[in-house]
Design a protein around this ligand. Structure first.
Ligand code: SIN
Ligand code: FE2
Length: 217
């Protein structure tokens, strides 16, 4: 039986799924903003195109990346770094939309980290087959701030590991609109993404877009 009375209401907020203290999955948290977020990504991409960076070890990353905000994350033969200028265009990274800042702040607060003000947003684009191997986010210089990660488009399986690379990683399915926040005692956990399976999403086609918000400076 359906209760017609409630048909027009937005879906009820889902309970936070804690991975461990300091790390939480907020299901559907970004869903109401998804279309606007993706429109903003199209604008960012027009000024700072997606590119496949090369790791310091000389490997081409399968994830395509760009950035917005005062600082952008860059991988080069000489190492990983944050910088204000896109090496590809010689110009500053596109500004971070206020919608992005507000979402990052709200998600961090829902995870217990009030007052998060990101100065960097890495935009990752995955196609079927794209993966991201286990790593720590440790180029930020100050680990007091959390990481906020927003999933859009086709599904992925997020790997949530431990303090050591060899620690067993838990598999966490991430869907369009899901947000993961990790900070505090969980800030330096290893994490990654399994190779994406073939899929289509009405808003992104055969792509997954991930926004990761950081405080890098
Ligand atoms: C990242 O670790 O930077 C991205 C994680 C993700 O794509 O979910
Ligand atoms: Fe990461």
């Amino acid at each position: 039986m359906t209760l017609g009375l409630f048909d027009d209401l937005p879906p009820a907020p889902q309970a936070p799924e804690w991975l461990e203290p300091g790390a939480v999955v907020l299901r559907g948290f970004a869903l109401p903003l998804a279309a606007d977020l993706l429109q903003a990504v199209a604008h960012i991409e027009a000024h700072a195109p997606f590119r496949h960076l090369v790791t310091p070890g000389g490997k081409r990353m399968s994830v395509a990346m760009t950035n917005c905000g005062p600082l952008g994350w860059i991988s080069e033969r000489s190492g990983y770094r944050y910088g204000p200028v896109d090496p590809e265009t010689g110009k500053r990274w596109p500004r971070m939309p206020s919608l992005f800042q507000q979402l990052a702040r709200d998600a961090a607060e829902a995870a217990g980290f009030a007052g998060f003000a990101p100065d960097a947003c890495l935009v990752n684009r995955y196609a079927p087959g794209t993966r991201l191997s286990l790593h720590q986010d440790r180029d930020e210089g100050n680990y007091a701030h959390p990481i906020v990660s927003v999933s859009l488009g086709i599904p992925a399986v997020f790997l949530w590991g431990g303090a050591q690379r060899a620690d067993k990683a838990r598999r966490v399915p991430l869907l369009h609109g899901d947000v993961v926040v990790w900070g505090g005692p969980a800030r330096l956990r290893f994490h990654g993404v399994l190779p994406l399976r073939e899929a289509e999403h009405p808003l992104t086609g055969a792509h997954r877009i991930n926004l990761t918000f950081r405080r890098a400076g």
